[in-house]
Design a protein. Structure first.
Length: 114
């Protein structure tokens, strides 16, 4: 069943109609777009990253409040990052860069250093 708010062809329309089209409004304009049905591919690389992220979340949850407060204090003045964000970025390794992506287009290989 469709759950939309406002007249469908107005600037106030929001929601998804028949699992086919989604109406939304960003900061500037109303939008209507085809609803995407993404499939979970479950590649070995994706499963590895998900496991690593789950381990990082579990490690954060296992910290005491005092330990979390250390990360929260480090987060002040970082432009919106939280202590949780800092912990996760330090807990998970940065994957190597194998190519550069600009917008939606990949451009060849990228090598850093000598």
């Amino acid at each position: 069943m469709a759950r939309t708010e406002g007249a469908l062809f107005s600037e106030q329309a929001r929601g998804t109609l028949a699992d086919t089209i989604t109406y939304q409004r960003n900061r500037k304009n109303p939008q209507a777009h085809k609803r995407l049905n993404r499939q979970d591919r479950r590649t070995a690389s994706q499963l590895s990253q998900r496991s690593l992220f789950a381990d990082a979340v579990a490690a954060w949850q296992a910290l005491s409040e005092a330990q979390k407060d250390v990360y929260r204090a480090r987060a002040t003045g970082t432009g919106g990052r939280s202590g949780y964000n800092i912990f996760l970025s330090e807990y998970t390794p940065t994957p190597p860069v194998t190519h550069a992506i600009f917008g939606q287009v990949a451009f060849g290989s990228v090598k850093f250093g000598a």
